[in-house]
Design a protein around this ligand. Structure first.
Ligand code: SF4
Length: 416
């Protein structure tokens, strides 16, 4: 979203924008970087090196880098990669525009140049985080939690809907904390209600809920508001009390199970997506076995796994020894994903013969590819659809599921 907002201002400044990095006709390259975990940092550095090489060859004229990685490591990067003309922090749009040579044009609040397919868009409802999870550098990079007021987000949603967006994906570092800083209390339920009244928005999806002090009124909105996808992304990270305490998550094993029961009993049919972390200090064989039992018992509809990596300046890096090798951590991650593949395959099988509303994202070969309300773009499964008649991307169709594999569904579009 930062890139999309910057691109809108560059376009207003008269530039032609290319989002596809394989398009070699660009003369000025601006790279947005991520510094969250080792893998993301490596990917960001590789992208910078790729374009540093392009600059050495004379293929591009200027190279600028901004975002989290640049915020954290700009002094080191400046020394190491001399081809970069300038590094900027996370909120330095005016400085980037100056460097690129664009007068300080302002875009209407919330204006973005969408890089998604056009029928769905991410909506960042707050920035920063007040928590202090042991492994996480985000509060060091992004600072304290700052919510965007409801009115501004509704305006942004209207702008997006006016461009054809039908699905809003609400994101934040800690979405359930929304509102505390500006309203003195949690107001996520009110925000979701207000967004659901925007004409043209048909689906709203919620990511990155935090398990501690989960606001009960959000569960009611997920159950009662027809525009809210019956979907919740709630990263639990672990279940062992020892590991949760080391992680400083502020939630126990018992509270974790209680919250999952509450979510599923108060909002029946909800698809829960979680993220887990393996290899955190304190995760001995017993704690890992506990985590595997948790995955086996809860049967999350969607699940992803990260391996722990020591992040400079974090509580974890200063207090704990990173005892497991990368191979051991990866083995644990693979074991979790193997188990989850079995769970997902069995949950998918229950969908065969049933009909679901599906949003079409794209066409790939002979299939139309779409998603049910239980799947978010890029991270979850997809529905691969056949149809006698041409279908329109960005539209909803009823799809009867005919077969499945571990993570995806196969089906045919019904009468429409
Ligand atoms: S809630 Fe998320 S962003 Fe905040 S410190 Fe924990 S892991 Fe990091």
């Amino acid at each position: 979203m930062d890139s999309e907002k910057l691109m809108a201002r560059l376009r207003r400044g008269g530039y032609t924008l290319l989002h596809d990095s394989s398009d070699t006709s660009a003369k000025i390259v601006v790279i947005n970087t991520c510094g969250f975990i080792t893998e993301a940092k490596e990917e960001s550095v590789n992208t910078i090196l790729e374009f540093a090489e392009a600059k050495r060859r004379g293929d591009i004229e200027k190279l600028f880098v901004f975002g989290c990685l640049a915020e954290r490591y700009k002094d080191d990067l400046r020394k190491e990669i001399e081809e970069v003309d300038e590094f900027f922090g996370v909120s330095s749009f005016d400085d980037i525009l100056t460097a690129v040579g664009v007068p300080h044009v302002q875009a209407p609040a919330g204006e973005r140049l969408l890089t998604t397919s056009g029928h769905y868009a991410y909506l960042k409802i707050s920035e920063g985080c007040n928590r202090s999870c042991s492994y996480c550098a985000i509060p060091l990079i992004r600072g304290k939690h700052v919510s965007t007021p409801i009115e501004a987000l509704v305006d942004e949603a209207r702008l997006l809907a006016g461009k054809g967006v039908k699905e809003l994906i609400a994101v934040a570092q800690d979405s359930t904390f929304y509102g505390v800083d500006i309203y003195g209390k949690r107001r996520l339920a009110a925000l979701l209600g207000a967004l659901s009244e925007v004409d043209g928005i048909e689906w709203i999806r919620l990511h990155y809920a935090y398990p501690s002090q989960f606001p009960a009124d959000v569960i009611d909105v997920l159950r009662d508001n027809g525009k809210l996808c019956k979907y919740l992304d709630i990263p639990f990270q672990h279940v062992s009390n020892t590991v949760l305490k080391n992680m400083r998550r502020g939630v126990s094993r018992r509270q974790t199970y209680e919250l999952i029961d509450k979510l599923r009993s108060r909002a029946p049919g909800i698809a829960l997506r979680t993220t887990l972390m393996v290899g955190h200090p304190g995760e001995d064989e017993t704690a890992f076995a506990e985590l595997m039992d948790f995955v086996r018992e809860v049967k999350f509809e969607r699940l992803g796994v990260f391996t722990y990596s020591e992040e400079e300046g974090t509580y974890g890096a200063t207090r704990f020894k990173d005892a497991l090798s990368p191979e051991e951590k990866q083995q644990r991650a693979n074991a979790v994903m193997k188990l989850q593949a079995e769970i997902s395959a069995s949950l998918n099988m229950e969908k065969v013969g049933k009909t679901f509303k599906v949003m079409l994202d794209r066409k790939e070969g002979s299939y139309y590819v779409g998603r049910t309300e239980f799947d978010s773009p890029e991270v979850d499964g997809e529905a691969l659809i056949t149809s006698d008649k041409p279908l329109s991307i960005g539209h909803f169709y009823n799809v009867k599921i005919t077969s499945t594999d571990d993570f995806d569904l196969y089906g045919t579009a019904e009468k429409f």
